[in-house]
Design a binder for this molecule. Structure first.
Ligand code: PLP
Length: 399
């Protein structure tokens, strides 16, 4: 047997795999499954962005480019941060990556030593804990409840800090809750960050998908003096319906961006050249498409909230951004299906929905909260309504 590296010893297969495999098998059999497990917009990339990519190819942007990313895109990222947040950054403080995912990965590899602790607020995006573990750090999970609007008290966060704590990851609007952190929470948290001299990784990938249509905001908007310890992650995946293009970025203090660039220079080299050009045009071009998509998501968020408010056993907070609906379904645990199978946890519940309603959702355990399941509303209103009626009918059969 070939010996595996220590760093992969804690790597587990994704908790979503079982339901996902089952959904795919059903679809293959010809069953009409409504897939609400998907984490990407159901829109096509706007055509002016595709045209920009074709032009870049025709003009020969098909060779290696600098590891840090093409200057035009790094400048466009700075212009966007100025326009949206009023922040001043220079292109040396920007690293272009193959999606936000690689930005987070490079960052953690650059800053986490074996045994370092990184605070992660649950429910969290599935990839944070495994990425910290690959960097041989320890994810310290801080739980929160629906009643707390998924904002743990600052006292609770402070209690989780040890001499080994190096940083904290924030994500707002959040995947999976669809909620936006309050200004008070971010302000209070900024005091803790300063007191313990932590870094903050602000994953702002859903920042433009806010249903109050206000300008985006992150912890730096409320505590400018944190600029030397806040790192911003973003990308084009969700805002411009460009998940497959793989372009994201990390923005922050130069010396860390430089190390992350060196890591990237020894791994993927850089994000695809012509995709970077398309991303530059996405940021600099007309933003009406983004507004249009956001309005559609907002309408669906309302629709889903209205529909599910008719099932009192399901608790939720109406989404404020992103395209996820996080529903507390634990009041159904302990009930049995017609075949006599007891629903014990979120995986069982997701399997039940797939079997009896032909609706695929992601079990909350994947996000660190087993009392919930996540529905994505990156799907048509028609399908969302159909899914709701199927779910309601299936739930009536539980006893
Ligand atoms: C919270 C969060 N961060 C980062 C990412 C990764 O995005 P990208 O496609 O840019 O790698 C996702 C994608 O699902 C996400 O939900």
């Amino acid at each position: 047997m070939i010996r595996k590296a220590e760093r992969v010893k804690t790597l587990k297969p994704s908790a979503t795999l079982a339901v996902d495999a089952k959904a795919k098998a059903l679809i293959k059999e010809g069953v009409e499954v409504i897939n609400l497990s998907i984490g990407e917009p159901d829109f096509d990339t706007p055509s002016y962005i595709k045209e920009a990519c074709k032009k870049a190819l025709d003009e020969g942007l098909t060779k290696y480019v600098p590891s840090q990313g093409i200057l035009g895109l790094r400048e466009a990222v700075c212009e966007t941060l100025k326009r949206d947040y009023g922040f001043d950054y220079s292109p040396e403080e920007v690293l272009i990556t193959s999606g936000a995912k690689q930005a987070i990965f490079n960052f953690l590899l650059a800053l986490v030593n074996p045994g370092d602790e990184v605070l992660v607020l649950a429910p969290y995006w599935v990839s944070y804990p495994p990425m910290i573990e690959i960097a041989q750090g320890i994810p310290v999970i801080i739980n929160s409840t629906l009643e707390e609007k998924f904002e743990p008290s600052v006292e609770k966060i402070e209690k989780a800090i040890s001499p080994k704590t190096v940083g904290i990851i924030l994500n707002s609007p959040s995947n999976p809750t669809g909620l936006i952190y309050s200004e008070k929470f971010l302000r209070d948290l900024s005091e803790i960050i300063k007191k313990y001299q932590l870094w903050v990784l602000s994953d702002d990938i859903y920042d433009k998908l806010r249903f109050d249509f206000k300008p985006p905001q992150n912890i730096l908007s409320l505590a400018e003096d944190l600029k030397d310890r806040v790192f911003i992650v973003n990308g084009v995946s969700k805002t411009y319906a460009m998940t497959g293009w793989r372009v994201g970025w990390l923005v922050g203090p130069k010396e860390v961006v430089k190390v992350c660039t060196d890591i990237q220079g020894q791994s993927t080299s850089h994000a695809t050249s012509f995709a970077q050009k398309a991303a530059e045009v996405a940021l600099r071009g007309p933003q009406e498409e983004v507004e249009r998509m956001c309005k559609i998501f907002a309408k669906r968020a309302n629709l889903v909230s209205e529909l599910f408010s008719n099932i009192p056993e399901i608790q939720f907070i109406a989404p404020q951004g992103a395209f996820y609906f996080f529903a507390k379904v634990s009041s159904f645990y302990g009930k049995k299906t017609l075949e006599g199978k007891e629903i014990k946890n979120s995986i069982d519940f997701a399997e039940f929905l797939l079997d009896y309603a032909k609706v695929a959702v992601v079990p909350g355990s994947a996000f660190g909260d087993d009392e919930f399941v996540r529905f994505s509303f990156a799907n048509s209103e028609e399908n969302l309504e159909k899914a709701y009626f199927r779910i309601k009918e299936a739930l009536n059969k539980l006893n």
